[in-house]
Ligand binder design. Structure first.
Ligand SMILES: [Zn+2]
Length: 264
């Protein structure tokens, strides 16, 4: 006789969905209780599936999961927040997809990270509420990196530990910002970072996301932050999110059409 499967409830956000055996789907959820959970949802491709709305990427739901021998299964659930506002705007959707992919690829299954779950929810709420997408996204990325223990060193020189004087640089192998003396020594040269950008990075890495909504970040500094965070992710997490090309394409087209946030 087959033993009954152990059931467990969880509150989670659908991050990434892949097709599985016809109408099934494998879904990566990020849950408050267990961190990343990958579960099979059966019959999602069939009309009238009760599970279809739960697996839609960027949906927050109360989930009921069953522990199988090798895989977990989604049995039922209830949508708590469908984040419709993220789907109606291509720029917001692009950044939200980047946040989802980064979370799915950077975290380990069954490793509870309740603070990261909270940061993730707050970031999606801020994006949906109309906050500047790149500020929210790079803040989320900096806080995710810090919670994984690989955040960039921003408070003092990542090489010598002294205060950040002179022309600050960012150096990926050193693990963060380096002082003018260390940068001048040659071997550790990286990209130059302005004092304003360094200050903004510290705010973005530490402030609660709902407070960062009011952070004013000039485009030139945001550009520096974006490059620094993307280099840090590539060097310290070892991958480049696929959705990065999507947001780069959105930004390029947005610049070409001279559209600002006011129009989106
Ligand atoms: Zn130094």
């Amino acid at each position: 006789m087959v033993p009954p499967m152990r059931m467990f409830p969880a509150t989670g956000i659908s991050l990434i969905v892949h097709k599985y055996r016809g109408t099934g789907r494998v879904v990566a959820f990020f849950t408050r209780e267990r961190g990343k959970v990958e579960a099979v949802a059966r019959g999602v491709g069939k009309p009238g599936s009760r599970l279809a709305s739960l697996v839609e990427p960027l949906t927050l739901s109360r989930l009921f999961l069953a522990k199988g021998r090798e895989l977990d299964y989604l049995t039922e659930g209830e949508v708590l927040n469908p984040f419709y506002g993220l789907r109606s705007n291509l720029r917001r959707f692009g950044y939200a997809s980047y946040i989802a992919e980064l979370t799915a690829r950077a975290t380990e299954p069954d490793l509870p990270m309740p603070q990261l779950f909270q940061t993730l929810c707050a970031s999606l709420e801020a994006l949906e509420g109309g906050a500047t997408p790149d500020v929210v996204t790079w803040s989320f990325a900096l806080q995710l990196l810090a919670q994984l223990g690989v955040g960039p060193v921003l408070e003092q020189c990542a090489n010598c530990g002294q205060s950040l004087t002179g022309q600050i640089h960012y150096n990926p192998p050193a693990g963060g910002l380096i002082c003018g003396d260390c940068a001048a020594a040659g071997a550790l040269a990286g990209c130059a970072v302005s004092g304003v950008t360094a200050g903004l990075l510290r705010c973005m890495a530490t402030f609660p996301i709902d407070r960062l909504v009011r952070l004013s970040c000039p485009p030139v500094n945001c550009q520096e932050i974006s490059q620094l965070v993307r280099r840090h992710i590539e060097y310290h997490l070892g991958f480049v999110p696929r959705s990065q090309r999507f947001i780069e394409a959105i930004e390029t087209s947005s610049k070409q059409h001279h559209e600002g946030d006011a129009k989106t």
